[in-house]
Ligand binder design. Structure first.
Ligand SMILES: [Zn+2]
Length: 198
């Protein structure tokens, strides 16, 4: 039980209060102890140093960490004192990420023939000015790609099953199988609308 609580995720904010990472509760307590971070109370945004935090008692029924001398409350959000790096950039445009976004399925017929049989199709062909970007590249099976050839979907009479967009997932927040309600105040809702990474 105790081991489990210290492995819980804590949201880490940089000193501008932008989410930059997720750390275990154990790691967060070390940062707090080192005075590299303070705990944020998501209810009123009050900040706590180690000294303040260790004086608080967990309320009835709340999770806690048992140390030799005291019971600690479990921090859910911490803010770093020095670190001013910016959050990780948006999901990079790569072959791997296009496969992932399109769930290994042809975006025209929906078949899932496996990686060998899938190609990356430029919706508006490059010969007509189409770019290699999230909103112009989709997975297509070999048959659909052949049929579409150097035409737009309209010219080929084919329909995309969904509009291609830059994915909004951020793997660092989706990695944990648990959702912590208080994080919603710091992370936009779109982060949660993604399938969990296995
Ligand atoms: Zn197809």
């Amino acid at each position: 039980m105790v081991a489990k609580v210290i492995d819980n995720p804590t949201l880490v904010l940089n000193r501008y209060w932008q989410p930059v990472n997720v750390a275990t509760v154990a790691r967060s307590l070390v940062l707090l102890w080192n005075e590299s971070a303070r705990v944020v109370d998501p209810a009123d945004y009050q900040l706590y140093t180690w000294e303040d935090w260790s004086k608080l008692s967990p309320s009835e029924g709340e999770q806690f960490i048992q140390t030799v001398r005291l019971r600690l409350r479990v921090p859910e959000v911490i803010v770093l004192s020095e670190y001013d790096e910016l959050p990780t950039a948006a999901v990079s445009f790569s072959r791997r990420n296009v496969f992932k976004r399109d769930h290994w399925a042809c975006q025209y017929c929906g078949c899932q023939p496996g990686g060998e049989e899938l190609t990356i199709d430029h919706v508006i062909p490059r010969s007509q000015g189409g770019t290699s970007t999230w909103d112009n590249c989709v997975l297509a099976c070999i048959d659909c790609n052949k049929h579409k050839a150097d035409r737009t979907p309209l010219q080929a009479g084919m329909r995309l099953r969904r509009t291609p967009l830059r994915p909004t997932w951020k793997p660092i927040y989706a990695r944990y199988g648990m959702r912590i309600e208080s994080w919603a105040k710091f992370i936009s809702e779109t982060y949660w609308n993604v399938p969990l990474e296995k």
